[in-house]
Design a protein around this ligand. Sequence first.
Ligand code: KG4
Ligand code: ZN
Length: 341
Amino acid sequence: MILLALETSCDETSAAVVRDGVILSNVVSSQIKLHAEYGGVVPELAAREHLRNLTPVTEAALREAGIVVSELDAVAATRGPGLPTALLMGFKAAQAMAFALRKPFVGINHHEAHLYSPWISGSPPRADFSAFEPNVSLIVSGGHTMLVHVESELKHRVLGGTIDDAAGECFDKTGKLMGLAYPAGPIIDRLAEQGNPEAYDFPRPLLNDSNDDFSFSGLKTSVRYFLRDHPALRENEQSIRDLCASVQAAIVEVLVVKTMRAVKRIGVKCVTASGGVTCNRALRRSLSEACEKRGIKLRLAEGSLCTDNAAMVGVLAERKLLINAPANAYDEDIQPGLVLV
Ligand code: KG4
Ligand code: ZN
């Protein structure tokens, strides 16, 4: 099966071509520079940029894959959750293409696409569901932090999630308080490599609660008060590196401890992790160490597949069609508030 997928849920315009589980192309045009001067994603600007980028990005994905439109067997796009005007661009374009080709259209839950992205690996990247094992999965993106029990392929249950700020938001918002550019997550990751994670002691919210929920707004607030009480700290480069390392250590500890606790309680032997924050080196190291210590297998989404991309949407859509999940109507609507259950 040859499938074209589009992803426009936030600030990345992406198109990918997938053939029988192999990613033939995955073109991502990031709008990070455009939104950086506003300190966050501006929905209306994102939508306009998607409109501008969709045709060249889709053409590039088809060209790179060596596929012409008439060869496509299906078209997919992210249906939600996401910014309504941004989602509309990719979703409606994909529906129109599928309608013109008289081929099935599949609308995909963005979080479900992240959830199965750790099963894509290799060069060229391919989805390897033959290696699937029941697992506890940590999804850590910009707006969501979630723990999910994946019992079997495409059968999952959300265990808990963020009740206020997500881990990615916490990186971005505390970074903003330190005067770092948006998105601050990757910058904190880089600065923290030369910082002391024990320099400052920040709270580990909900660490000792027995549920699988997350809350990072208290951590953000304590960084705000800390910076208010130590204004000179911003001027010292090493202090900022130490602060980055200390904030990162608090976020990573909460994510890893709560993931491993769920693993133990449920009794699975495999952990997977995905979403933008999974790029974070301290998180990758800490999850690796924790899993190795307990003899648990770990599958982390590959770097380029952690942040938003259409390849993960395409892989999931193809999988759904292969197990005969019904295709979606050509006039179905986006679902900006779609939740994973
Ligand atoms: O999954 P994603 O690309 O978009 C959403 O679906 O939200 O995640 C973006 C988030 C941002 O908050 C960004 O700061 C964070 O992922 N991020 C990182 C790193 N790379 C991206 N956070 C910490 N360390 C990183 N290396
Ligand atoms: Zn995402």
